[in-house]
Design a protein around this ligand. Structure first.
Ligand code: ADP
Length: 303
């Protein structure tokens, strides 16, 4: 069985309810991908989440949530530690996010890490957000461990997920994202963000940059515009689904990644993997929230 191991930070999510109270959930970019991949992967795919949490009640609830969703928690437990939290505010229909994550144990996820709980034939996913939350030594350690596992046959997927607010400077972000790209077999950048911070003049330029760093497969996302798939120098454009009413694009990219990685794990060709990513994310943008129920027959998968 193939294992998809997502690596990063899952947080408590507090989201407003119509009653004026808050509902507690759990989310975070790489975790969202794991959650969707579990739904999409069927019996053939095991999905696991690697992070660090505390030894308190919220940390235990987070691990319980993962188990309940069918995601295997691979969590280092830090004594006295806790997990991060974010709160969604709704004002005039616009969502804004406040974060309390500076004390999160996830920042220590690379401490003492010398082997990943995944190996030959498996897929590991990490992101620019995973890199951003780590101290410098942690970033180096994670990249070393990923590079070593990759040399042993692990496929490494990387979503740059550029979030300048999480970094000390744009230059620091671009530096570490470029370092991370060097260990990736599969790169999942979003063109608009990449153009803003790396100055790419086209989607192909974004894809070429990740291919030059070593990715044999790049899928450059572009919102409602075609996904550019670049595999070993060959380009294919895959059109997203037409969505007439976009409600909330939160986690669209994460759900897309889940479609892609679960399809690649099943051995599907890259263009079909991109198409599954588009079909999943097209459903996600029509519903509110990061983790939404997917109509599996609606995307051509068994329920
Ligand atoms: P990110 O959330 O990483 O910035 P994008 O906004 O590019 O990613 O969206 C990821 C994927 O979600 C797209 O490739 C597309 O398949 C789907 N998607 C996003 N916005 C739309 C939309 N308005 N209509 C249809 N599909 C969309």
């Amino acid at each position: 069985m193939t294992r998809l191991l997502a690596i990063g930070e899952c947080m408590i999510e507090m989201s407003p309810t119509p009653e004026g109270t808050y509902a507690m959930g759990f989310a975070g970019d790489t975790f969202n991908t794991a959650w969707y991949a579990r739904k999409l992967g069927g019996e053939e795919l095991e999905v696991a989440y690697y992070s660090a949490v505390g030894d308190d009640e919220p940390s235990a609830r987070m691990a319980g949530f993962m188990r309940g969703a069918g995601v295997v928690p691979e969590l280092a437990v830090r004594k006295g530690g806790t997990v991060g939290l974010y709160m969604i505010s709704l004002k005039d229909g616009e969502r804004s996010f406040s974060y309390w994550r500076s004390a999160a144990a996830a920042r220590s996820l690379a401490e003492g890490l010398d082997r990943l709980p995944a190996g030959k034939g498996d897929i590991a996913l990490f992101s620019g957000i995973t890199m951003a939350i780590l101290p410098e030594a942690g970033r180096r350690r994670l990249l070393e461990v990923l590079a070593a596992a990759r040399a042993d046959g692990l496929r490494v997927a990387f979503d740059p997920n550029l979030r300048p607010r999480l970094w000390a400077s744009d230059a620091e972000m671009c530096h570490w994202v470029s370092e991370a790209a060097k260990v990736a077999d599969i790169a999942l950048p979003s063109y608009e963000d990449e153009a803003s911070y790396f100055g790419d003049v086209s989607k192909r330029a974004t894809a070429d940059r990740y291919a030059a760093a070593g990715a044999s497969l790049v899928l450059a996302k572009d919102g409602p515009e075609p996904v550019l798939v670049l595999e070993n120098g060959t380009e294919t454009l895959v059109p997203p689904q037409i969505v007439t009413e976009v409600t909330d694009t939160t986690a669209a990219g994460d759900a897309f990644n889940a479609g892609v990685l679960s399809a690649l794990a099943r051995g599907l060709p890259a263009a079909e993997a991109a198409d599954l990513g588009c079909r999943v994310s097209a459903q996600v943008v029509t519903r509110r929230g990061a983790l939404v129920e997917i109509d599996l027959p609606g995307i051509g998968l068994p329920a």
